[in-house]
Design a protein around this ligand. Sequence first.
Ligand code: 13P
Ligand code: SF4
Length: 321
Amino acid sequence: MKLPLADAPEAKVDPSLDLEAEIQKLKKDRNAVILAHYYQEGEIQDVADFIGDSLQLSQEAAKTTADVICFAGVHFMAETAKILNPGKIVVVPDLTAGCSLADGCPADKLAAWQARHPGSVTVSYINCSAEVKALSDYICTSSNAEKIVRAIPADKKVLFAPDKNLGAYLAKQIGRPMELWQGSCIVHETFSEKKLVGLKERNPDALVLAHPECEEAVLRHADYIGSTTGILKYAVTSPKKRFIVVTEAGILHQMQKAAPDKEFIPAPPDANCACNECPFMKKNTLEKVYLSLRDLAPRLEMPADLIARARIPIDRMLALS
Ligand code: 13P
Ligand code: SF4
């Protein structure tokens, strides 16, 4: 567990408080729901009402009857929840939790790229800003990307943004060339092919489960490639007992809970670091979850016209999912 810095808001939380109990009470008082991504700290996942991958979290956000959504994830995910629920209060434990994919694709640069490819269709991975969503024809996540791209008429050129690794994986799977924005996830790019091969050799009975945000050199060693939920489901239903997991290490919490008799080995990053943990996701803490529900802040606010424009490609995705 991280220790709060003296000037950080969570440092003002009374250390004698039973945070889990306080959060449960606040959820009732506020008619709030906590949606958490698998990459959140285990203790945040344990107070969440729903844990899922990017697609499931947006589907859950679309159907919630709560008045307040506390989104324990990163900024683009909370933005999606707000776009789907303009009338609800959406709070984020740490509003500065960004994403290298979203940050690496500014809307003005995307618009310039689109202008160089008139008549093309833009499919954007959900890991992008609301402004980029508003410029896109379709949004997709790692669990429905193949279905979305396959739904686009074959005579149309597809611009895929912002993840070049997911884009390259899809192009290969579908056999359809696409123009790829050159963005990447700093976490999934950190996995080392050399170290993965060494780990596989030392664990020949273990299956390799990888997220499509990984580079092709890593994906070619995978026995299964899929979204975080796909990876979790595969591991739980597989008759095999040991797995090398090539995605952010937060997923191991649910994997171990769902299949305590199985062994999950986190894939090694290139350097001797904890870079298989997303520094953006990990900005959220249990203290910040508590504060966001207590103070109903920080809130995610967006202009109504941006919400309306960004919703169109998200609704197209949800209709196809
Ligand atoms: P999924 O939850 O769709 O698997 O995406 C993983 C991810 O990197 C989210 O930021
Ligand atoms: Fe973005 Fe990668 Fe972190 Fe997901 S894991 S939020 S894609 S930086």
